[in-house]
Design a protein around this ligand. Structure first.
Ligand SMILES: C[S@@+](CC[C@H](N)C(=O)[O-])C[C@H]1O[C@@H](n2cnc3c(N)ncnc32)[C@H](O)[C@@H]1O
Length: 343
């Protein structure tokens, strides 16, 4: 199905079959400032997880903090707009989505509304039953890892056998960057054989993730950046929004192909308590509004105006970046992640 939205200064086209999305402003060479309705909702369906990853920014535990199926239906109903329809896709997270007792119902409810369902998982609960259920129902899933030896190639094979597009979310900190470099050099192509895309995630110092592992612009990160354009990875390579300033300043990647931070402009985050925030990594509640008290239309259309104005001030410190005007600049939440201006 092709989803289309057109208004002044904003055009969107999305193919639910392939996941391809395109957006442009009045002319195809221009970027819209923000969307009249979000294209993507990042929804935490719980904060319950039994794995205990030391990098978990949500500090997820076995605490039974689940969004109920009724609440999830209410969230989806709130994301329905009389003119714009619903969001094109959701990215379900947590907590561990596969430990949610109603995970299958959540996927089904998403499909029933014509929304593309995607989710991230630690991978531990993937088995033949759940993979068989997911076949033909989701856009993609992502398995999180902070080390190569955490990747289960048997599971990747099972997913590929069921035609499920699988990405690897590789968390890049000042230790895992050594394996990130080797990945770009093609050293792990055997392991990545069934992976659609490796997405490098900038390590965020939040929850259980300690600040001493944050990336810095040292020789390793420079080497990594240097390899981006000539990487020998067998699958495609992508980056999270926090990586964008580094890509813009220190690589040859075509800036026309890079989306700056989309949070609160094209995407939105909703947690298991139905709090709506621009970004899942929001480190304070300054732009947090609860769906029980406030209509989503009001949040997106009015309440986020101030946030957008704040971000568009572009607090970037760099005096010599050719792509400064294309970048959303310094993250409003994480000072420590802004180091692209170091020469
Ligand atoms: C908190 S996890 C929850 C979903 C699922 N349990 C998982 O492991 O993917 C959601 C996303 O956050 C990412 N993530 C977790 N901790 C992070 C951190 N400290 N910095 C950056 N990304 C992180 C994960 O890789 C995943 O893509």
């Amino acid at each position: 199905m092709i989803v289309r939205r057109h208004s002044t200064g904003y055009n969107f086209l999305g193919d639910t079959g392939t996941g391809l999305t395109l957006r442009w402003a009045d002319g195809v060479g221009e970027n819209p400032v923000y969307a009249p309705w979000p294209e993507l909702a990042d929804i935490s369906i719980s904060n319950h997880c039994s794995k205990g990853c030391d990098f978990c920014y949500r500090d997820s535990k076995e605490d039974n903090s689940f969004m109920t199926i009724g609440q999830y239906e209410k969230v989806l109903a709130g994301l329905q707009h009389e003119r714009w329809g619903t969001v094109f896709q959701v990215a379900l997270g947590g907590g561990e989505p596969l430990e949610h007792p109603d995970f299958k119902k959540i996927i089904q409810a998403t499909c029933d509304r014509g929304i593309v369902a995607n989710f991230t998982t630690n991978g531990e609960r993937l088995n033949e039953d759940i993979v068989g259920f997911l076949r033909g129902k989701i856009g993609a899933l992502a398995i999180s890892a902070a080390r190569i030896d955490q990747i289960d190639t048997g599971i990747l094979r099972l997913l590929a056998g069921n035609e499920i597009r699988t990405n690897l979310h590789f968390i890049l900190d000042n230790r895992s960057i050594a394996q990130g470099i080797d990945m770009l050099r093609g050293k792990y192509n055997d392991i990545l054989k069934h992976v659609n895309s490796v997405i490098f995630l900038t390590y965020k110092p939040k929850g259980r993730a300690q600040a001493d592992k944050c990336l810095e612009l040292d020789s390793n990160l420079r080497m990594f950046l240097n390899l981006v354009n000539k990487n020998k990875c067998s699958c495609s390579v992508g980056f999270d929004a926090c990586f964008v300033p580094l890509l813009m300043k220190h690589t040859e990647v075509n800036v026309d192909c890079i989306d700056s931070c989309e949070c609160g402009f094209f995407s939105v985050y909703i947690d298991e308590n139905m709090n709506v925030k621009p970004c899942s990594f929001a480190s304070d509640d300054s732009y947090s509004f609860n769906l029980n008290d406030c209509d989503f239309k009001v949040i997106w259309g009015k309440k986020y105006d101030k946030y957008r104005k704040e971000v568009l001030k572009n607090r970037c410190n760099s005096s010599d970046c050719a792509n400064k005007s294309q970048c959303r600049g310094k993250c409003v939440y994480f000072e420590d992640l802004q180091f692209c201006y170091v020469n």
